[in-house]
Design a protein around this ligand. Structure first.
Ligand code: ARG
Length: 270
């Protein structure tokens, strides 16, 4: 019997890639000499917003700031849970000014923002699922920030160690399908972290290297629809088999900065 997956309407915060570019290289996907087509990035990004709105989600935007080419990656700016906001503290100096720009948006929208003391790249490394926060470390977010998140939200954090620089943020190697389950790429994690994931999610969707390299794990699920990179064909087929509805959205131009669908999307959970 196929399962019927249920969509829950979401509120997403995004940032138009008007000033998107690759001007520095802080992850292995970024090549300073690769030409970037900002107009194409904008068109693709508008396609993502259209897909969210067509599926009944609310999308808001933060004004982009000139000189902050990675600001389009809204996921890294915060984790918002139960209406509480844990802001960001970026590892790379080039991205540090983004925190204040997003913080201002949250304050104007009526949220208090807790500023982390340790390096913390928001939903890039902090993924709420099943009454926990899965918390990545290894390249960006510090373990100390996991404790800050646990203290602020009163939700247990489960630390997971990333070991492959291509998958430098947790959201490049894992995403939440719904409150019960996740999809992930085991090879991106340390052996102990893989064992933790197997224990927590015995029925997880396991992605191949090809799906992970296609940024298929940088997806956003509303519980039913999974907004996913079109090249992640193995993962798309498996999600379909499990009763989810894959919605392909091409963000290939943003991939040049090491970003995809989830990176461009901050979920506001109130
Ligand atoms: N160029 C950005 C960086 O390296 C990409 C961030 C992608 N965001 C994400 N949530 N994975 O920081």
């Amino acid at each position: 019997m196929p399962v019927t997956r249920v969509r829950r309407p979401r509120r997403y915060l995004t940032c138009e890639p008007r000033f998107f570019d690759v001007r520095y290289a802080i992850n292995p996907w970024m090549r300073e000499d690769a030409p970037v087509d900002t107009a194409l990035a904008l068109t693709q990004w508008h396609g993502l917003l259209r897909a969210y709105r067509d599926h009944g989600h609310t999308v808001e935007t933060v004004a982009p700031v000139p000189g902050l080419p990675d600001m389009v990656f809204a996921a890294n700016a915060a984790l918002v849970l139960d209406g509480r906001v844990l802001g960001s503290r970026f590892h790379a100096v080039q991205r540090q000014p983004e925190s204040a720009a997003y913080e201002l948006w949250f304050k104007n929208a009526g949220f208090d923002v807790h500023e982390p003391q340790a390096v913390c790249e928001g939903e890039g490394d902090l993924v709420p699922v099943g009454g926990m926060i899965l918390a990545g470390t290894g390249f960006r977010t510090a373990i100390a920030a996991h404790a800050e998140a646990q203290e602020l939200f009163g939700v247990p954090t489960v630390g997971l160690r990333l070991t492959d620089p291509l998958f430098y943020h947790l959201d490049t190697a894992l995403f939440a399908l719904d409150e019960e389950n996740v999809a992930y790429y085991p090879e991106a994690f340390s052996p102990g972290s893989r064992a933790v994931l197997r224990r927590l999610f015995p029925d997880a969707v396991i992605a191949t290297g090809a799906d992970a390299m296609a940024f298929g794990l940088n997806s956003v699920s509303d519980g039913r629809h999974v907004f996913i990179a079109p090249e992640a064909s193995g993962l798309i087929a498996e999600l379909d088999r499990r009763g989810y509805v894959p919605v392909p959205v091409d963000l290939s131009e943003l991939r040049k900065a090491g970003g995809g669908i989830k990176c461009c999307t901050q979920e506001i959970r109130s």
